[in-house]
Design a protein. Structure first.
Length: 179
């Protein structure tokens, strides 16, 4: 196995963190222009909140997951128009390079700490990075403790402006469920 194959297939400790519904819902504000398009969720199963929220709001969704033998680096659905998901944090640059190579709009959830690295500047050198960030940290399903960094949607050709702030509308519902 080459080093590149190892990096692409090995799972980091934060690679299976599942996005809560309240962190997907703000994307609905930006989806009307994609109403007649197909959303591809490439790191998701039918249990994904991305898949559920988009389908409940009458969007056309296709999903794929490495557990189904659909590796993001080698698989692409026959038809899709916009890519939205929470990718593994392992091999971020490879994920974003592939997403940009499709030349289709995307919104991918990532740690805001990635901006401290030189890689985003190189990856987005010829493309305009867009960021949707929030006023508080997200929590993720499957994590035993709170993460210590902010997350944001790193986008291309998705948002109306390059840098936008949003809030979580239904986060209180999560607190009621956990109590």
């Amino acid at each position: 196995m080459t080093t590149n194959e190892y990096i692409r297939t090995s799972k980091g400790k934060n690679d299976e963190c599942y996005t809560e519904r309240y962190a997907v819902e703000p994307l609905l504000d930006f989806l009307p222009k994609f109403k007649d398009k197909i959303i591809w969720c490439p790191f998701d199963t039918e249990e994904s909140e991305f898949v559920k929220v988009f389908q409940e709001n009458n969007y056309n969704v296709v999903y794929s997951h490495i557990d189904y033998g659909q590796d993001f680096y080698n698989y692409e659905p026959a038809k899709w128009d916009v890519l939205i998901s929470n990718p593994p944090f392992t091999n971020k640059s490879g994920i974003f390079r592939r997403a940009l190579n499709f030349n289709k709009p995307f919104a991918l959830l990532m740690s805001i700490l990635w901006l401290n690295d030189a890689v985003p500047a190189k990856v987005f050198k010829d493309k305009q990075l867009q960021i949707l960030t929030f006023d508080e940290r997200m929590t993720f399903k499957g994590l035993l403790k709170q993460i210590n960094f902010m997350s944001a949607y790193f986008c291309w050709n998705f948002l109306p402006k390059d840098f936008m702030f949003s809030t979580f509308r239904n986060r209180n519902q999560l607190k009621l469920i956990k109590e």
